[in-house]
Design a binder for this molecule. Sequence first.
Ligand SMILES: [Fe+2]
Length: 259
Amino acid sequence: MLQHIELRCQHPGEINLVQLTDTHIAADPGELLGGVNTTGTLLDVINAVNRHGNLDLALLTGDLASDPSVEVYEKLAGILRRIELPVYCLAGNHDDPALMERLLNSGNVSTANFLTSGVWSIILLNTHKPGTDGGCLSTTELSRLDTALERSRGRHVLVCLHHHPVSIRSPWMDSMALENGEALFRALDRYDNVRGVIWGHIHQEFSVTRNGVMLLGSPSTCVQFLPRAERAGIDDRPAGYRTLTLAADGVIRTRVHWV
Ligand SMILES: [Fe+2]
């Protein structure tokens, strides 16, 4: 089912948003991922985001928890309240979508999955597949995507998900990509108003264009992975996030920021 929110944006016709991804929050405040304290780096990123001033919303594109539990999501909800923006969350392989829906729907935080403002629609997809690090769009999710695309006729569309739908030329990461990326693109190719697809999961910056649609992967708010690596490897880049301006003419302007 679509949970629709009509956004309130500062500039008519345009949406300015920030993508935060792969926060990997743990219950233990001292827990490290790849040598990085994930709570500490998320707080640093939130401080940087709050200084931007011209943003309308934040999107969290999955792996919010390292190991999902009530305790972790309650802790995360407390942290996300510090973001001075509405926050919309979707699930990654490390998450529990049902727990997220229960615990990440209060105050400024929401798991709504269809956002509209002016000439833009933002569609948030769930690619969580229980028991695996890879992702999949279920039949239900694909039909929800199609409903959202139908309701977005006459608008520009940004699609958001956790898993990468195309190869990033990193064999170990590609072994846990979206397993039915072709089904996603079959759905998107039926429409001529899709402008961008953004994801998390890969802990690195990535950008290609397919049929005029921008495909963008983004760095994590904690540890980064080495691009084009055969096997798992940690990059020494710091925490990062991406800002996007969805302009009135359908153009997406975007930039990655390192903290
Ligand atoms: Fe992931």
